[in-house]
Ligand binder design. Structure first.
Ligand code: BJ8
Length: 382
């Protein structure tokens, strides 16, 4: 039986960003400091160990891009222009509440934008190495220690080993629950929509009472399983199953994921950096905390890494585990690292005997009809 109504179990996640503003104010009123972030490489454990909260800063709307383009080149990734636009127009409540911003030297555009952002807000940039070897590991560990010092001085706190271990446990618990939730989409037919997966994925950054958030995810898992048992799923066994990979999708979720499901596909896996792959990587609780955090974060398979084989391995594994029929690789305009990596992704997907579609897009709506036509042809073919 098909049920297309948005289950109320997901409402709390869909609203998270909007409501997070009030939740954040409550944290501020309690005297907690706030650290704004832009990237999955930011080691959140250090921020929580400093008794601060981390929040994802606004970067998913084209609303502030015209303002940003007064200072940044037009042919720059929309995510970077949007982030900077929100910072200079004071339109992002999370930016407003942030006492500190932590960025990393990921792609060229971001690291150069941080130089300008530093003129507006206190911005600490971590030097992220782009390879994985002994030297880069030592460098990254050093960067973690520098961030600890920065947080201790800025917030007048002491980050102890015990606090670090508690933060590691907290985020490992979050990742484990998120992974369990994402894994529900392995069922055939999938009992969750791609837009719901996306809402839950994005909400974690706006749920500051982590224990309450964990209970909400547990409930969503239990309710979704129960619905599946009753045969109430939004799809049928024949619905084509799609994996999304590529750049962060926060700014294009309606244009891509929502449209896929409107035209009869089922997005079962969102591989990108805040999706499935991020939540399956835990910090080893049995190691020295700094070593373990450094290791976990340096292993994130983002295209800014030189030799990013981890991404290809995951795509292969997820195609199998989520019984994927086709892969859609989403690149934001002017993101060179993801654009170049589309070639390796195509080979990987086609090597698995599956269909592949690359889409390049930005945050405007002008190409939505054209993208819909391409998605229709792709889903039809599956
Ligand atoms: S871990 S994906 S959040 S770097 S899309 S700004 S890469 S030009 S966002 Fe990213 Fe961290 Fe990687 Fe994730 Fe640059 Fe590309 Fe724009 Fe990007």
């Amino acid at each position: 039986m098909s049920n297309n109504a948005l289950p109320e179990i997901f409402e709390t996640f869909a609203d998270a960003r909007k409501k997070g503003f009030l939740a954040m104010k409550a944290e501020k009123d309690k005297g907690r400091n706030v650290v704004g972030t832009f990237c999955t490489y930011t080691p959140k454990e250090l921020i929580y160990a400093a008794n601060a909260v981390s929040v994802s800063l606004c970067s998913t709307s084209d609303e502030t891009i015209p303002e940003a383009e007064k200072y940044l080149p037009k042919n720059l990734c929309p995510l970077i222009k949007s982030s900077y636009g929100f910072a200079i127009t004071d339109k992002c409540p999370y930016m407003y509440f942030s006492d500190l911003i932590v960025g990393e030297t990921t792609c060229d555009g971001k690291k150069k934008m941080y130089e300008l952002l530093g003129e507006v807000k206190d911005t600490h940039v971590m030097q992220l190495p782009h390879t994985k070897n002994y030297y880069s590991f030592e460098l990254w560990k050093n960067e973690l220690n520098i961030l600890i010092k920065k947080l201790e001085e800025k917030f007048n706190v002491k980050i102890t080993e015990e606090k670090l271990r508690d933060a590691i446990k907290l985020f490992n618990e979050e990742r484990t629950l998120m992974k369990e939730f994402f894994s529900l989409a392995k069922l055939v037919p999938s009992p969750v929509k791609g837009t719901e997966l996306h809402d839950v994925m994005s909400s974690s950054s706006f749920k500051f009472d982590k224990k309450e958030f964990f209970e909400e995810i547990k409930k969503a898992i239990a309710d979704t399983k129960a619905k599946y048992e009753r045969g109430e799923t939004p799809f049928t066994e024949d619905t084509p199953r799609i994996l999304i990979t590529g750049c962060p999708t926060g700014g294009v979720v309606n244009k891509v994921i929502k449209q896929i499901e409107e035209i009869g596909g089922s997005v079962v896996c969102i591989e990108n950096c805040s999706g499935t792959k991020n939540h399956e990587m835990l910090v080893d609780e049995n190691k020295d905390p700094i070593e373990a955090i450094a290791e976990r974060y340096l292993n994130i398979p983002c295209s800014i890494m030189v030799n990013n084989d981890g991404r290809m391995e995951r795509i292969k594994r997820y195609i199998d585990e989520y019984k994927v029929d086709g892969v859609i690789d989403v690149t934001l305009t002017a993101c060179h690292t993801y654009a170049i990596e589309t070639e390796k992704v195509r080979r990987t997907v086609e090597g698995c005997g599956k269909s592949y579609l690359a889409i390049e897009t930005n945050y405007s709506n002008s190409d939505a009809p054209q993208i819909r036509t391409r998605l229709e042809a792709f889903v039809e073919m599956l």
